[in-house]
Design a protein around this ligand. Structure first.
Ligand SMILES: [Zn+2]
Length: 243
């Protein structure tokens, strides 16, 4: 929320050691609002003549919310940090997170293995090569897992796609073309199985209804009554699933 004309900015502090930036608005703002900036700054917007005492007690009440919001942002930042494909990093797979161990055994074929709850990567010291081995592994798993689940749901729902492929899309978990060909990002394999199922049901339903109309969501709800919970989980986890 950028400061705009008609606002003054001042810094303030509470006895409970929450530092915040206060923006007093001369405009018609009627309520106090709270925001956490990208830089983890707490921004309070308040009507111009609100007493500091009132603002402080508002923040006091929102303490739990503030703590949660800050923690959530810290987690997201950590996950967004570029992967280096080194020992000790964690990688998500089917909703769980596994530790990576990297080694270099030139006699053996380079590759990635998930064994006893740990990723083992045999690869030369080249970050691109390592990344490619990860991508190849996720794509292979995606073709197996998503392929089988699409079969399962297309039988169950009696909807048949013209084809299924695995993509490398970053923002788009799944898609349905005008010819009813489905695509799913290999990155979906980082999500829990029930979330993957939701994306599959969603895309299959686009064969019946292309737009996100009321009818579309009604059909999704009929096929998967708890889809909203899965959808929330997909949004919540989106940040962990990029590299
Ligand atoms: Zn859609």
């Amino acid at each position: 929320m950028p400061a705009c004309a008609g606002m003054t900015t001042e810094s303030s502090s509470l006895y409970m050691k929450i530092n915040y930036t206060l923006r007093r608005s001369r405009k018609r703002r009627k309520t106090i609002s709270l925001n956490i900036s990208e830089a983890n700054e707490i921004i309070v917007a308040a009507p111009y003549f609100t007493p500091v005492r009132e603002i402080n007690s508002f923040i006091q009440e929102k303490q739990d919310w503030i703590e949660k919001a800050i923690k959530k942002q810290a987690r997201a930042r950590l996950a967004r940090r570029k992967k280096e494909f080194v020992t000790g990093e964690r990688f998500p797979y089917l909703g769980e997170s596994y530790l990576l161990e990297v080694f270099c055994e030139p006699q053996e074929k380079p590759g990635l293995l998930l064994w006893k709850r740990r990723f083992y990567l045999n690869s030369p010291e080249d970050i691109e090569a390592k990344k490619n081995l990860f991508v190849a592994w996720y794509k292979l798993k995606a073709a197996e897992h998503i392929g089988a689940r699409v079969d399962f749901f297309s039988r169950k729902m009696n909807i048949n796609p013209r084809g299924v492929r695995i993509s490398s899309a970053r923002q788009r978990w799944g898609s349905c073309s005008p010819e009813n060909k489905l695509a799913f990002s290999f990155r979906l394999m980082m999500m829990p199985p029930d979330v993957i199922d939701y994306v599959i049901v969603h895309e299959l339903m686009h064969i019946k209804e292309k737009s996100h109309s009321r009818r579309f969501w009604k059909l999704v709800a009929e096929a998967m009554p708890d889809y909203k919970m899965r959808q929330r989980n997909l949004r919540k986890r989106s940040e962990d699933s990029l590299f």
